[in-house]
Ligand binder design. Sequence first.
Ligand code: ADP
Ligand code: G6P
Length: 485
Amino acid sequence: MPAEGEGYDVVVVANRLAVDRDGTDKDGHPRWKRSPGGLVTALEPVMQSQEGAWVGWPGSPGDAEDAVSEPFDWGGMHLVPVSLSAEEVQGFYEGFSNGTLWPLYHDVIVAPEYHRQWWEDYVAVNERFAAAAAEVAAEGAVVWVQDYQLQLVPAMLRAARPDLSIGFFNHIPFPPYEIFAQLPWRRQVLEGLLGADLLGFQRPGDAQNFLRACRRSLQLVPRQQAVEVPAADGGRRRVTARAFPISIDAAAMDELARSPEVRERARQIRADLGDPDTVVLGVDRLDYTKGIGHRIKAFAELLDDGLLRADETILVQVATPSRERVEQYRLLREDIELQVGRVNGAHGTLGHQVVQYLHHSYGREEMAALFQVADVMLVTSLRDGMNLVAKEYVAARHDERGALVLSEFTGAADELGQALHVNPHDIDGLKSAVVQAVVMGPREQRRRMRSLRRRVFEHDVQRWARDFLAALRPDVGADVGAEAV
Ligand code: ADP
Ligand code: G6P
């Protein structure tokens, strides 16, 4: 524990820090870029409005020569790096987190792998995160642990620091017991999570899946969204599991999208694309959960059928590089690039590619401009905890134009009732929805977009954090994001 009066009152612990190491500048200082993914998108505005610390991995092996190990400030946040060795990156991050848990928690879209060495690395790294959080948290602080990479941290932290209030939020789905039961270490994972006082999930169904797993695996009987577990003082402790659907900083996206620079950039992008009648957009990490192949297939068939014209339509697919050393991600990249090549080979002409595939990460301004260019936004995940891209698209459309095609297998579908919902496995259904979106008139676009925008602005990320923290510790929750509201 830090000395009396020292340490932070609010500590977020996530595998990723807000920034990812991007080499070293010419003066030998570390260079940083924003980390990929929805977790960072959501937590960054919350932590910028807070005097808290963010404990996480800076994204390169800690035994690298230029490793960063001291706390530093970035973008108005206090960041506390946790080092991983190259072996741990392999066993804990690429292995157990992204080769075992990620596919297991996403409907086993690809087969999870179970390796005892990966599990050992997962335990060891979770211990290191718990120790780092325990070191910076003030007496009686709130520690908010994030996501599937750190499911053992709540119990480890409670053992070390029983004075803390501990919350946990799972950004990805929690699977039905019939799938979760495959995990050889299912009891340990549940016991790790039960170290928290409050467990947050994206959807009510995820919280129910968790509570059912507690019943089946640990014989705990859930009552009123909670289970009781033995406490260190010999009594009982309640652990609550509820849905807190995550969101975005809607006002910030709206403001960015309204800026003259972004509007000008949107005009320029459209012109660069050859001013087509319809721009269809997909924006994802290059991940097999996102259904990118399904959407390209539907798009290609619409061109084959003559229901979309290659000279009038463009599909822009932005695919952020992700987890590139994990085998399934390498295979996915090859598949998608082959598929894009085939469609362009069949339907492209000299100087015009009907699918524009961009394997890059972009800044926020460029994203906001792309959202404005998109007449149709395609979100076709096969399984997705929330999908923040869908909410960003809506927040960027202050003109109340555009149409959102949204997979029913995203958390966002529960909230965004006025999107065109699809089952991405149903290619014919997906094709019909794309056509419906392409021909949708301005009146219908406006009607739907107004309702979507109302939802996203009323339920923004500041509200998400306030609701969670107020449920965990009412005295802390009240202040969160106060300036931003
Ligand atoms: P996930 O967390 O699984 O990646 P989300 O849709 O919830 O999925 O969040 C993705 C976040 O990453 C969004 O904020 C989105 O704008 C951002 N993002 C996705 N692709 C890119 C890209 N190519 N460049 C920059 N940001 C991106
Ligand atoms: C999702 C996960 C996050 C993760 C992000 C990016 O949003 O829920 O925990 O940080 O993807 O993935 P990466 O493996 O690059 O951290």
